[in-house]
Design a protein around this ligand. Sequence first.
Ligand code: 3AM
Length: 361
Amino acid sequence: PAKKPKVARLISSTSTFKARRIEEFYDLRDEIGSGTCGTVRRAINRKTGEMVAVKVIAIGNQGGLHRTFSKISKDGLLDPNIRAEISILQNMSHPYVVKLIDHFVHPGKAVFLVMELMQGGDLFDRIIQKGCYSELESRRIMRRMLAAVHYLHEDRDIVHRDLKPENILCVSRKNDIEVKLTDFGLAKSITEDGLKTFCGTPQYFAPEVLRRRNTVAGTGRYGKEADIWSIGVILYILLSGAPPFEATMDASSSTMISFDGHAWRNITDDAKDLISRMLTKNPSQRINIKDACSHRWILIEDGDTHVHPLNDPVVLEAIGGTQANDSCRNGHGQEGPQCPSPCDPIQNNNEIRNIINGGQS
Ligand code: 3AM
């Protein structure tokens, strides 16, 4: 009998990956956007009509996708990193984490991650459009992101390692608050020793991550605390429309954070206290995720119906099935109050984009 080709034998030997063709199950449509990991396209489930987003990670130099090929070799074998990303996503179930619905491997060509469709674009673009968020809105976004990170850190022992506004997606165009975390391309299960690989986006790097990079032998380690630092940077940007540190790689290890600018005039001390605790340089003194979720600024009663991370897991599971659509499930159809600190979006735009991107695409 004819021997099965080597590649097919190896692919089918990894139970996680199915050699099914995506076209049989999904009608691939227009491109939504592109990132460092390839393109994201809209698609429709042929059976149910459900609209989804499909992240296409190409192998080889096809269709203008040139960037991620090192992840999969040309003979179609999956790189352990991408295998790890899929495995992390497959086991993820949380109302504030973008859901992986399915995945397809086309040996030698591409990997397709079928994801829950987020209709509202990313938080980065929202910040650029709005200039900055009001304190009420920022708190509501933070609650959701802290709940997602609480799930990663406490329930799954995973560090995201690339928390930034580009990886926070909005459920709908009409709503500024309902957000979910995505892109686990750099996420890792934490070991007792802590993580050693240097990765992420410079603007959001914690000092201990920078220190590790600057050590020749790379002996430094970093863990969950680095994610908290990144959230602190995001909160600072939400409230002020500007980043806390210069884009240079060493800024966060040498500069004190300042709340001096005009934008901070009307921000409460509680908000500043949480930011200071998140942006504490010594990781062992930095606030942890549990305490951040229970910080008094986060717990202020403001009518938000957000799912608290310490709620019953059964409640979380029930709400986790909610699909993205144009009407907010929490009744936040209306925009929150306007930003109390008058910031000038046009003046800030280019500067923010440059600084946030930290010189990276
Ligand atoms: O290229 P832009 O920034 O417009 O918002 C994400 C980004 O768009 C979008 O794809 C681009 C590359 O990451 N994106 C990622 N995941 C998505 C999803 N699940 C998504 N859009 C909708 N649903």
